[in-house]
Design a protein around this ligand. Structure first.
Ligand SMILES: [Fe+2]
Length: 204
C-alpha cells in the first residue's frame, strides 16, 4: 500500500499509552470535556462527524498537565523523531460503528498513528481511488464506503507506529468497539518524509 509506511525502525509501548489514556480520561471526563465533539471543517453541513478529536489544549481546563506534550509518555514518543519543530498531536476517538466517509484531511499532509485501544488496534484504514474526487481536486464525500472505489485496506501495527498519507482519499469503518488512537500531525509532504526515512535522518 503506497499511502502508508509502517515505521519498523521504531517501536512504541501500547500498554503504556493505554494507561496514559485512562489517566487523561480520568482528568477530563468529570469536567465534561470528554464529550467534546467538533464538526470537521471540510465536511458538508449535513454530515455528522461522530468521532472526537481531542486536541492538545483539551486538557487546559483540567488539573492534569496542560498539554499532552508535557506528559512523559508523549515526550518519549516525540523523542523518537527528528522533528524540526514539534508538531501537534491529538487523541482521536471513534465510537462503535462510526463510519468516517472517504475524504482528504484539511491542513496536515500526514499523521503518525499510535493505536491505543482496542488491544488489537481495531479496524484499519481504507484508501480510495482519486475517482472519488471532483475535477478541481476537491473531495466528493461518498455517502458510505463503496468497494468499487476501494484501492486497499491497511490494518495497523500495535508494535510500530505508522505514517499515513492523508492527502489521498481515505476513510474508516469502525466495528462495535471504541477505537482510540494517538495521532501526531505531520505537515511535510509524505514523499519528503519517505525520503528522510530512506536517508536515515527521520529518527533519532
Ligand atoms: Fe482523515
Amino acid at each position: 500500500m503506497e499511502n502508508i509506511i509502517e515505521l519498523t525502525e521504531i517501536t512504541y509501548d501500547q500498554k503504556k499509552l493505554q494507561n496514559w489514556y485512562l489517566e487523561v480520561k480520568k482528568h477530563t471526563v468529570d469536567k465534561g470535556l470528554f464529550v467534546y465533539q467538533t464538526q470537521q471543517s471540510s465536511a458538508p453541513p449535513h454530515y455528522k462527524w461522530n468521532g472526537r478529536r481531542l486536541n492538545n489544549d483539551i486538557l487546559k481546563e483540567s488539573s492534569y498537565p496542560n498539554e499532552y506534550a508535557e506528559c512523559d509518555e508523549i515526550i518519549e514518543l516525540y523523542g523518537l523523531f527528528n522533528f524540526k519543530e514539534r508538531p501537534s498531536c491529538a487523541l482521536v476517538i471513534y465510537e462503535p460503528n462510526f463510519i468516517f466517509d472517504p475524504h482528504k484531511d484539511d491542513g496536515r499532509t500526514s499523521y503518525i498513528a499510535f493505536p491505543i485501544f482496542p488491544d488489537d488496534g481495531g479496524v484499519g484504514i481504507d484508501f480510495y481511488s482519486t475517482e472519488v474526487l471532483s475535477e478541481d481536486g476537491k473531495i466528493i464525500w461518498l455517502d458510505k464506503h463503496d468497494d468499487k472505489y476501494s484501492i486497499g485496506h491497511h490494518k495497523y501495527s500495535t508494535k510500530h507506529p505508522t505514517l499515513i498519507n492523508v492527502e489521498k482519499p481515505h476513510g474508516c469503518r469502525n466495528d462495535n468497539r471504541n477505537r482510540v488512537y494517538l495521532q501526531i500531525d505531520v505537515y511535510e509532504k509524505f514523499n519528503s518524509i519517505k525520503q528522510q526515512i530512506k536517508d536515515g535522518i527521520f529518527f533519532t
